[in-house]
Design a protein around this ligand. Structure first.
Ligand SMILES: *Cc1c(COP(=O)(O)O)cnc(C)c1O
Length: 420
C-alpha cells in the first residue's frame, strides 16, 4: 500500500508506515465516534489527558460561558477571576506547603518553568548550584529542557547536541530500591545539585514503571537533607490516576516544586501549572528587576482554559470523583488479576486506576514491530490502546464501565495469541 504524504505532520508518527488516519467526529464519555460510524473505547484517555470523560457537561458549560465573556488577555499586569479561582483551589487541594501558582500551557512548559524556578532560586540567593538530578527511564516532555532531564534514547538522539548534561540515578526496581536511594544520597552529597526531578510513583512514557510510596518519601528526605530542590512532575500522575488526587499524597510528601497539566482541565483544553513553595517565590521577590522570574507564553492563564480547570476542580471538590476513582481502581484490579497467572504476560502491575503488563515476546523494545502490531490489532477491535513497545497499559477515563473493561481485557488476552 502506498502511504500518502500527509500535509499534516502528526506527532510521534512515522507517516511512511502509518495507515490512513482514523477520523473522529465526536467524543462522549469513554468513547470516540468515527466518521464512518464506529464507536471506539478510549482506553488511554486520549494520551492520558481525559479524566472525567470526553465532553463532560459541567466542563463544556464552563467553557461555553467563559468563551463569550473573555477568551484571552495579557496576564502580566492584569488578572482575571478564572485564574484566581483556579489558583486558590489548587493551593487548597495540592499538598500543603505549596504557596504559589505559575500558569503555562503544556506539561513540557510546566517542566521548563520548574527548572527555571529552581535555577533562578539558587542564582538569586547567590549560590552556585546548577546540576539537575534525574531518574533513569524518565520522561518530562519534548521541549529541549524537558528532553534534557528525560531519558536519552532514539527519541532524542538527533537533538543530543542541544541537551544539557544531567546526573541520572537508577530506577528503583523491586528489590533494588536501596541502590537508588544510595545513589541519590551520594549525588546529593558530592555534586551539590540544584534539584532532583522525578515522576512520583509511576514513570509513564518510560514504560509505566511503578515504585512504592516509601521510596518517594525516602527520596524527598534525602533531597531535603542536602537542600536539593525536589521537583515532582505530576503531569501524568495527577488528577486521580494513582488513586489519590496527586501521587505525592500517598507518600505524604510536599515537593518544593510541582508540575500539573494533562487532566488539569479534565482533558478539555491545554493548560498547565507549576506550583512552588514560598521561599522559591521569595527569592525572586525584590525591588531589583533583575530578579524577576523571566518566563511567559502568549496564552499564559488563558481564561477559557482556566474556566475549564475551575470546572474540573469543582468536580474534584465533590466526593463523587474520588468514589469513581476508587471504583475504577477496584474494577481495574479485578480485570487485570487473571493475567498474573498467564505465562504469556509478565510484570502485571497496577497503581490506582492504571494497569500495565508486558507481553512476553522476543520482539520487545519501543521500536520493535510488536507495538504497532498490537496497536493495529486493538484498532480492529475498536479500542484505542497504544502500547509502549510490548508494554500494554490501560488508563481509562473514570466514566469507563465494567463492560468496557471486559472488552478491553478480552482483546488484550486475544492479542497474545494473535501475535504469537
Ligand atoms: C506528558 C508528560 C509531559 C509533557 O506534557 P505535554 O503536555 O505533552 O507537553 C511531561 N511530564 C510527564 C510525566 C508526562 O507524562
Amino acid at each position: 500500500m502506498i502511504k500518502t504524504k500527509s500535509p499534516i505532520w502528526h506527532p510521534f508518527t512515522q507517516h511512511a508506515l502509518q495507515d490512513e488516519m482514523i477520523k473522529i467526529v465526536r467524543g462522549d464519555g469513554a468513547y470516540l465516534h468515527t466518521a464512518d460510524g464506529r464507536r471506539i473505547i478510549d482506553a488511554i484517555s486520549s494520551w492520558w489527558v481525559v479524566t472525567h470523560g470526553h465532553c463532560h457537561p459541567h466542563i463544556v458549560r464552563a467553557i461555553q460561558k467563559q468563551a463569550g465573556k473573555l477568551n484571552q488577555m495579557i496576564f502580566a499586569g492584569y488578572t482575571h477571576d478564572p485564574a484566581e479561582e483556579v489558583a486558590a483551589l489548587l493551593l487548597k487541594l495540592a499538598p500543603h506547603g505549596l504557596d504559589h501558582v505559575f500558569f503555562s500551557d503544556s506539561g513540557s512548559a510546566s517542566v521548563e518553568v520548574a527548572l527555571k524556578m529552581a535555577l533562578g532560586y539558587w542564582h538569586n540567593i547567590g549560590k552556585q548550584r546548577i546540576r539537575i538530578v534525574v531518574m533513569q527511564h524518565s520522561y518530562h516532555g519534548d521541549t529541549v529542557g524537558a528532553m534534557s532531564v528525560g531519558a536519552r534514547s532514539v527519541f532524542n538522539a538527533a537533538y543530543g547536541p542541544l541537551l544539557f548534561e544531567v546526573t541520572s540515578i537508577p530506577f528503583p526496581a523491586r528489590g533494588r530500591e536501596q541502590v537508588t536511594l544510595d545513589a541519590l544520597e551520594s549525588v546529593c552529597r558530592n555534586e551539590i545539585p540544584a534539584a532532583f526531578i522525578v515522576e512520583p510513583l509511576i514513570l509513564g512514557a518510560g514504560g509505566m514503571l511503578m515504585y512504592p510510596a516509601w521510596v518517594l518519601k525516602e527520596m524527598k528526605r534525602i533531597c531535603e537533607a542536602s537542600e536539593v530542590l525536589f521537583i515532582a512532575d505530576e503531569v501524568m500522575t495527577g488528577w486521580g490516576r494513582t488513586g489519590t488526587l496527586f501521587a505525592c499524597e500517598q507518600a505524604n510528601v510536599t515537593p518544593d516544586i510541582a508540575c500539573y497539566s494533562k487532566g488539569l482541565t479534565g482533558g478539555a483544553l491545554p493548560l498547565a501549572v507549576t506550583l512552588c513553595r514560598a521561599d522559591i517565590f521569595d527569592a525572586h521577590y525584590s525591588k531589583d528587576r533583575t530578579r524577576t522570574f523571566f518566563h511567559s507564553s502568549s496564552y499564559t492563564a488563558n481564561p477559557v482554559a482556566c474556566a475549564a480547570a475551575k470546572a474540573n476542580l469543582d468536580l474534584w471538590q465533590s466526593q463523587e470523583s474520588r468514589q469513581l476513582v476508587a471504583s475504577v481502581a477496584a474494577m481495574q484490579e479485578r480485570a487485570v488479576e487473571p493475567f498474573r497467572a498467564d505465562p504469556r504476560f509478565a510484570n502485571v502491575r497496577r497503581a490506582g486506576t492504571i494497569t500495565a503488563l508486558d507481553l512476553q515476546t522476543s520482539d520487545a523494545g519501543y521500536l520493535a514491530s510488536t507495538g504497532p502490531k498490537l496497536q493495529a490489532f486493538f484498532k480492529d477491535r475498536n479500542l484505542l490502546l497504544r502500547p509502549l513497545g510490548n508494554t500494554i497499559y490501560v488508563m481509562p477515563p473514570y466514566c469507563v464501565t465494567a463492560t468496557d473493561l471486559d472488552q478491553i481485557y478480552a482483546a488484550i488476552r486475544d492479542s497474545a495469541d494473535a501475535l504469537a
